[in-house]
Write a protein that binds this ligand. Structure first.
Ligand code: FAQ
Length: 328
């Protein structure tokens, strides 16, 4: 992977004034831009996180995408189509942000397909009913908002700017999910049961989206010192719980956690411990749908080869024409 650029050197061989300027930019809460010098580790961490995020958006199209042909009305189909398309767009902004760091998109895709780069654990769970579409909007987009709004202040300019638009779209996604569930809750007993069942299945995996607990998160301390991450995994998980509990009450569903209660002293909710062994299993490829998601991604990549070839041939023709025009 092309990660070393003109503006990079390892901390050991960097001229001290470059390191000082970088540290000062971070300390003053200003942005690092692609042309700026940055330490190797900063660049590598960003490529890792941004690529994982991009892959998540693209793989994340699959669980809901499965329901496009089975949406119960034209309106729901149009909404779902638009949401899944937005996710493709988010993936593309993020791959572009990774390219500003010197990464190559084709190489990142290859790394995903070979299992050398990760994507979010949450997309390895099945969508068993249409209520899952609503719960993904409510929980998964809700969790994505908690996690990503602070990333709009991330220290790397192109990533932070991509996040601004992504977050605007994610908040529509969350609201459409909640509105879908509200509609189902006003429906029949069977529909209310579908919603509760989906809530039961997605609650714990949604808490796991925030990553391992702080004391088992190897990247957090350095990423927070560099202001790539603004809050720890546990802090964001807590914010998500505090935000979601009143929404669940209003909706009329029960969150499947017997330890969930308001803690007057902390002014926050106490809640149970996610099954961290399950998170590890899912991240390492052994979740309920990992194999299926990767197989579908691989097939889409292979079936799209002719489009990439045609686009490259067209770009080459355009470039040759421009060159000829300039020479004439
Ligand atoms: N799944 O040291 P930490 C979305 C990995 S987009 C898989 O805590 P870090 C939109 C982690 O990479 C959802 N892997 O790591 C949507 C690291 O791996 P490595 C994606 C996970 O980076 C909605 C190792 O474990 N969002 O939902 C997970 O400081 C609806 C140790 O962890 C983002 O990517 C996990 N859940 O913190 C689309 C947001 N958690 O490479 C469709 C940006 C951890 O060291 C439908 N990313 N790992 O071996 C972040 O904020 C951070 O990267 C974290 C992880 C918080 C995910």
């Amino acid at each position: 992977m092309t990660v070393r650029q003109a503006g990079t050197s390892s901390a050991d061989d960097a001229p001290p004034e470059l390191q000082e300027r970088f540290d000062d930019t971070i300390a003053r809460d200003q942005r690092i831009e692609p042309r700026d010098w940055m330490p190797d580790g900063y660049r590598k961490t960003l490529i890792r996180q941004v690529a994982q995020h991009a892959h998540s958006e693209i793989i994340g199209m699959q669980p809901e995408g499965e329901w496009i042909t089975r949406a119960p009305s034209l309106r729901r189909k149009a909404i779902l189509f638009a949401k899944v398309q937005d996710e493709a767009g988010h993936g593309l902004y993020l791959y572009s942000a990774a390219e500003t760091l010197g990464a190559d998109r084709a190489d990142l895709t290859e790394r995903l397909l070979e299992g050398r780069q990760k994507y979010s654990s949450i997309f390895n769970y099945p969508t068993l009913s249409f209520a899952d579409v609503g719960v993904i909007g409510w929980f998964v987009d809700g969790a994505a908002i908690c996690n990503q709004v602070p990333l709009c202040r991330s220290s790397y300019g192109p990533y932070a700017r991509a996040m601004v638009r992504i977050c605007k779209e994610e908040s529509f996604h969350q609201r459409q999910g909640y509105e879908l569930l509200m509609t189902m809750m006003r429906g029949t007993d069977a529909q209310r049961e579908m919603v509760q069942d989906a809530v039961n299945r997605w609650w714990w995996p949604s808490l796991m989206m925030f990553g391992p607990p702080d004391d088992a998160s190897p990247n957090s301390a350095q990423s927070m010192a560099w202001k790539i991450k603004r809050h720890s995994n546990d802090e964001l998980r807590q914010r998500f719980v505090d935000m979601t509990v009143p929404q669940a009450e209003k909706l009329g569903v029960t969150l499947p956690d017997s330890e969930l209660r308001w803690n007057e002293e902390r002014g926050r909710h106490d809640f149970g411990t996610p099954d961290w062994a399950e998170l590890k299993r899912v991240i390492s490829g052994d979740g309920p749908c990992n194999a299926e998601r990767m197989e579908r991604r691989r097939a889409a990549h292979e079936e799209g080869a002719w489009v990439r070839e045609a686009a490259a041939a067209h770009a080459a023709k355009q470039a040759a024409r421009t060159k000829k025009g300039a020479a004439a």
